[in-house]
Design a protein around this ligand. Structure first.
Ligand SMILES: Cc1cc2nc3c(=O)[nH]c(=O)nc-3n(C[C@H](O)[C@H](O)[C@H](O)COP(=O)(O)O)c2cc1C
Length: 488
């Protein structure tokens, strides 16, 4: 059963032993980020900070994080058994996302319990952490759904894009023109008007799961969130902008972004998903026109940045959501023989090879999609006998099925790509100048090479059989006599 709001989700996590309430006083300045990093690295519980320094008598006194920081909790979000495997969650997301459930409008909801405008607007009333020690401020937009509309078509987009508190009523943002809201922004700019925006913090986690996933540009993330939770999203109208937000959100911030570059302000640095800091620059600003919130609202945030050996909340989400997206792209492009995809941070595609150049068709389809803005820098294609969720199996395919001198490695230079990847020169990552970053993409074709001569010694196959596989006779013999051996 879908939860109706963040509070019900917290209760469910608590019952299942997946939540810790932190009653000790903690500092929003560094300490919350440091605790969260330690907990994420261990695959630990979700955290509800209930006693935050300087936040005893404020509008919001509590911060929740890590709700979907593990595969098991993502399975719970989807109402699946906790032990469900990654590959089954990917398939579940893929299938549900294909059948969006229309959101429904309701007159009002708990998020309208308090409506703050004018002098009552104060973003510092929310316990926003200073997450990483070199961050350029307190990042309020780390786990939220940011709603905008295309001024020509009225198409809605919900994305997750970082934002820092600049003053009581200003949020500086990283706005990449190639992203969903960036495309809207360019259109508002052409009209010479500011772009309306609404931000929902603290609702069913499916919303941020969808907001952080590059679904096709015309898809409504509310519809997909409804499909994932198997219950339509109930929406209310905003107070000061023509946008809609979930009625049981904890907090909603409404405002506009000036499209005039002279209004841009310094934003950054910020500890990014890459595990490195992203640079500071002059960027667009959300001018807050209204804040609505529930009584005693719980603020929701997350600590970005993949630890290089351990998962965090966004990497746990993205390994499932982006793998689903990647397989859908290949399917919609009509690429045959696609068995499975694991997309983050390296994209590995398992195929039933059907023709020479099959792997190149896979890479071309992924590289041509709008989702490639942040994805598919490295694509590895393997055959059906390689388990893509097993690092050793993938390394074996790379070691013994790839020959760089035989066209198995393809470089696609000068492509668009992520603006936050520090392996690209900083001057090539100026999103406001170029609209995107600059990537040279790589395909490693780790499938058997059909140019090689078929070998009569191996029954006419190109490759020798695998010596690690038992013959059917051996398999049957050992299975039949296993108990007799007395080994276990
Ligand atoms: C925690 C988190 C923070 C993110 N911050 C940004 C950001 O600041 N700017 C950005 O362009 N994308 C950011 N992303 C990635 C976008 O959310 C992602 O590309 C998503 O597909 C955007 O929605 P869209 O495809 O509708 O533009 C972030 C993702 C996560 C998980």
């Amino acid at each position: 059963m879908a939860v109706k709001d963040l509070r019900e989700w917290i209760t469910r996590l608590d019952k299942e032993g997946e939540l810790r309430r932190v009653a000790a006083e903690v500092d929003w300045n560094g300490e919350i980020g440091a605790i969260t990093r330690k907990v994420y690295s261990k695959g630990g519980p979700a955290l509800l900070f209930e006693n935050i320094k300087g936040y005893r008598d404020t509008v919001s006194t509590k911060l929740f994080t890590g709700g979907v920081a593990t595969k098991d909790r993502i399975a719970m979000m989807l109402d699946m058994p906790r032990q469900t495997k990654h590959r089954d969650l990917v398939e579940m997301v893929r299938q549900r996302a294909k059948k969006p459930l229309e959101p429904v409008m309701v007159k009002t909801g708990p998020v309208k319990e308090n409506i703050r405008k004018g002098k009552d607007i104060d973003l510092f009333q929310f316990p926003v952490p200073h997450w990483h020690y070199l961050d350029g401020g307190r990042y309020i937009n780390t786990f939220c759904g940011i709603v905008t509309k295309d001024p020509e078509t009225g198409t809605r987009n919900i994305g997750l894009y970082r934002g820092v508190v600049l003053s009581k009523n200003e949020i500086g943002v990283l706005l990449v023109p190639g992203q969903g809201w960036g495309i809207h922004f360019l259109k508002w700019q052409q009209l010479g008007k500011p772009m309306p925006v609404a931000i929902s913090y603290g609702w069913d986690e499916t919303l941020v799961f969808c907001a952080s996933t590059p679904f096709p540009r015309d898809a409504d993330e509310y519809g997909i969130a409804g499909a994932l939770r198997q219950q339509p999203v109930e929406l209310v109208k905003c107070e000061t902008v023509d946008l809609e937000v979930p009625a049981t959100s904890e907090i909603v911030v409404e405002g506009t972004i000036s499209t005039d570059p002279k209004d841009y302000k310094m934003e950054g640095p910020f500890g990014e998903y890459t595990g490195y800091y992203g640079e500071a620059a002059k960027r667009p600003v959300i001018n807050v026109s209204c804040i609505t919130h529930r009584d005693a609202p719980i603020f929701r945030g997350t600590l970005e940045g993949m630890d290089h050996s351990n998962p965090n909340e966004d990497s746990s989400i993205l390994v499932i959501s982006l793998s689903a997206i990647a397989k859908n792209i290949l399917e919609s492009q009509g690429v045959p023989g696609i068995l499975e995809v694991s997309a983050v941070p390296i994209t590995i595609v398992r195929i039933k090879k059907m023709f020479r150049g099959h792997a190149k068709q896979v890479a071309a389809a992924l590289w041509g999609s709008s989702a490639a803005q942040y994805l598919f820098k490295f694509v590895i294609v393997v055959e059906e006998d390689t388990d893509i969720w097993n690092r050793r199996a993938v390394e074996a395919a790379l070691s013994y099925r790839v020959n760089a001198a035989e066209d198995d490695i393809v470089i696609f230079p000068g492509s668009f790509g992520a603006v936050l990847d520090p392996s690209t020169r900083a001057e090539d990552r100026d999103e406001l100048r170029f609209g995107t970053g600059k990537w040279s993409r790589i395909l490693i074709d780790a499938t058997r090479n059909w140019n090689y001569t078929k070998n009569p010694q191996w029954g006419g196959d190109i490759y020798p059989p695998r010596s690690t596989t038992l013959s059917p006779e051996e398999e049957a013999l050992v299975a039949r006599r296993w108990k007799e051996y007395g080994i276990d």
